[in-house]
Ligand binder design. Structure first.
Ligand SMILES: [Zn+2]
Ligand SMILES: [Zn+2]
Ligand SMILES: [Zn+2]
Ligand SMILES: [Zn+2]
Length: 355
């Protein structure tokens, strides 16, 4: 199992598409520059707003998967992109994942691997992306400002947002030269970090006693229930030892050595569940593209939320863990193929049962 950690990245160029980054927040660094997901693919089924870029992982195919020559391997480059509905008070909260992949010889990137030590401007993608993406969210654009014809948008909503924050003062007299992102729109995205992967070391772990794990679990529940209960002492008396969620204790123990992990990655591996309640469905929906089986690839931990500056107290973005299942074969696709996301919440049953 590989663990992913969020780290700030002073060399922002390392997060550009041509460096094949894994990253949290900021704008998506698209892999394929064609057939991008747009408003139709990204809109939340509940509130109809477009979901916001959460993270991307660079996870090229392994040699076992592609026994053919690497020059023709379809997964020489491969990235997964996640989006979430971040609208306050939305009850549906769309959570989406897309897979994109490219052979080593492709229309966008050099055959040569990038040099990660210094930024090389000549190492830019061979085909530009500008004009194809929404000025606000960087997803597929289908609309153009009818006045200046310079700025593109994914939707009426983002056109209106840009107009309101900045563009109404500049449309008649747009700034010359390269237009990159407006500072005024910078706050649209989640805060940006690089995701650095590391192998999980479980060899020298001292197993926790059941009492320790239980004490930790109680502390957690007491914290969670603050404001919902009068005191945590009546919970001591109620004999909740039996109702404590064993799966959750196992979960806490497993992440105890690396509490900052935001991602757990192992294609074909097993996810770490946060509760006994609500297990993932036995029949994960088949791949939309090839109809073949999907398998576990990675999960996003709730710790991730603490990096995003979202308020999780009021019916906001929240999850115990997000588990992502992808096409087992990483079948050949054009552009971006949707994969399957399953959300598990932390259990509340102990809080109710402890009354
Ligand atoms: Zn929504
Ligand atoms: Zn947009
Ligand atoms: Zn304009
Ligand atoms: Zn498939």
């Amino acid at each position: 199992m590989d663990l992913g950690f969020a780290e700030s990245c002073p060399q922002i160029w390392r997060l550009y598409s041509q460096y094949f980054p894994s990253k949290l927040g900021g704008a998506p660094a698209w892999l394929s520059f064609d057939c991008l997901p747009g408003y139709e693919e990204l809109k939340c089924h509940g509130c109809q707003t477009t979901s916001k870029f959460l993270l991307q992982l660079y996870s090229p195919g392994s040699e076992e998967e592609d026994d053919c020559d690497e020059t023709v391997s379809q997964t020489f480059h491969r990235s997964l992109f996640m989006f979430v509905c971040a609208k306050e008070s939305c009850n549906s909260r769309a959570i989406k994942c897309f897979r994109s992949q490219l052979p080593r010889t492709n229309p966008y990137y050099s055959y040569k691997p990038p040099n990660y030590d210094t930024f090389d401007p000549s190492f830019s993608p061979k085909r530009p992306l500008s004009g194809k993406v929404c000025h606000v969210c960087s997803c597929k654009a289908t609309k153009l400002c009818g006045e200046c014809k310079l700025y593109s948008y994914c939707s009426k909503a983002h056109q209106a947002l840009h107009w309101k924050t900045d563009h109404k003062n500049k449309c008649a007299n747009p700034p010359q030269g390269e237009f990159s992102s407006d500072d005024t729109l910078g706050s649209y995205f989640f805060k940006e970090y690089e995701i650095v992967m590391d192998v999980e070391d479980i060899s020298d772990r001292k197993p926790k006693s059941e009492e320790e794990a239980l004490a930790e679990y109680k502390r957690y529940l007491a914290q969670k229930s603050e404001g919902k209960r009068e005191s945590s002492s009546d919970w001591e008396a109620a004999g909740e030892v039996q109702v404590a969620d064993k799966m959750f204790m196992a979960f806490r123990e497993r992440i105890a050595d690396n509490p900052d992990q935001i991602v757990r990655y192992e294609k074909g591996g097993k996810p770490l569940l946060v509760s006994d309640e609500g297990k993932p469905p036995l029949d994960i929906p088949a791949c939309n593209s090839c109809g073949g089986e999907r398998e576990f690839e990675f999960q996003v931990m709730s710790q991730c939320l603490s990096y995003l500056n979202v308020d999780t107290s009021v019916n906001s973005l929240d999850w115990g863990t997000l588990i992502i299942y992808t096409c087992k074969k990483s079948c050949q696709i054009q552009g971006y193929a949707p994969e399957y996301v399953w959300k598990q919440d932390f259990s509340n049953k102990d809080l109710v049962a402890g009354k």
